[in-house]
Write a protein that binds this ligand. Structure first.
Ligand SMILES: [Zn+2]
Length: 347
């Protein structure tokens, strides 16, 4: 709590000793009371190194505002609210000014400006801004409802920006909603999801990882790779990677929403006809950002990918059938992660 750091110096008029000299600009972790809550935040202040007085530091006005903003943002993070940066990001996502976003939502002209500078939004307003960001269709409905708040040129320009996002991300949003709706009963951490709630972004990245490093990857095999990645990580660290919930099915462990997850727009699948059956081949997706994985996650993903690389779907299914977690569960039963602590040979 008492650590503080020199971040730069500034030659200026010093109000402590009333001379022009070089002042130290320092930063420290401190506490503030915001809405009756104590929060930790980073405070920047000036220190006069020439003074022997006890009062040898001060905060210039502009920096005071920034400190307050950081304290309020610390409160927002603590309460799970959008920070001032998050709100600015939502605006930039659609190319909106502060008053544009306020108009789009039918709010007073300076509402968003205040949220980005001094006022903490209440939860209802927070949810609405979040929804605008997550669901471009909602943003589109909002601008159409408040068309009269814009000049026609501005309306056309903003509507076009939003429509582009609908095209780009609308189906992703819907697919995510579909998956989330199948996981409504697994929103608590438990041994069914490996003490982690479903992380769809992470899941899409894991699928992307396997599609890059495992050739001839088909749906059945992918589902087993996901299970092994989750249970091995669980064995090592006490929680799953993706938060998927798996059921005992004839072809081994199968995650709930298996059909929806391979149709995430970030997953590339190609339909192939093999012996008159349609198969889904999972293809390399170059957009996967490997650097988003932790080293522990990468270690597990690599183990799984290299172990099963050359297994055909049938071989990995047979392999999985021998697992204790499979033998000790009955058809359609959810396979608890705790049963997967012991695995055939892998660790
Ligand atoms: Zn001084």
């Amino acid at each position: 709590m008492n650590k503080d750091y020199l971040i730069s110096t500034n030659e200026t008029d010093c109000p402590i000793c009333n001379k022009v000299h070089s002042l130290e600009i320092r930063k420290r972790l401190t506490q503030a009371v915001i809405k009756e809550e104590i929060v930790d935040y980073e405070e920047v202040y000036y220190l006069c190194p020439l003074s022997d007085e006890e009062e040898n530091e001060f905060v210039p006005a502009g920096i005071m505002d920034e400190n307050l903003l950081r304290a309020r943002d610390a409160y927002r993070i603590k309460k799970g609210l959008l920070t001032s940066y998050d709100i600015a990001e939502i605006r930039n996502f659609y190319g909106l000014t502060q008053s544009d976003l306020a108009a789009l939502l039918g709010w007073g002209e300076v509402t968003v400006t205040r949220y980005e500078s001094k006022t903490i939004q209440d939860e209802t307003y927070d949810n609405i801004m979040r929804m605008v960001y997550e669901n471009p269709m909602f943003a589109l409905e909002c601008i159409d409802r408040h068309k009269d708040r814009f000049t026609i040129e501005k309306y056309n320009k903003i509507r076009k920006n939003i429509a582009n996002k609908v095209e780009e991300l609308g189906s992703l949003y819907l697919k995510k909603q579909e998956i989330r709706s199948l996981y409504v009963n697994f929103e608590e951490q438990s041994e069914f999801n490996g003490y982690k709630t479903l992380d769809i972004e992470k899941l899409a990245n894991v699928i992307g990882y396997f599609s890059q490093f495992v050739e001839n990857l088909y749906k059945v095999k992918l589902m087993k790779l996901l299970w092994y990645a989750d249970v091995i990580f669980y064995g090592r660290h006490g929680n799953s990677i993706t938060g998927l919930v798996y059921k005992h099915m004839p072809l081994g462990a199968l995650p709930i929403a298996y059909d929806e997850i391979i149709h995430l727009p970030t997953v590339k699948i190609v339909e192939e006809i093999i012996y008159e059956d349609i198969s889904y081949r999972i293809c390399p997706n170059k957009e996967v950002n490997i650097s988003e994985f932790s080293l522990e996650e990468l270690s597990v993903l690599e183990t799984v990918a290299t172990t099963f690389k050359n297994y055909r779907s049938k071989e990995i299914v047979d392999y999985m059938h021998k697992e204790k977690a499979y033998r000790d569960t009955v058809p359609n039963q959810i396979i608890p992660y705790s049963l997967a602590k012991q695995l055939n040979e892998l660790k």
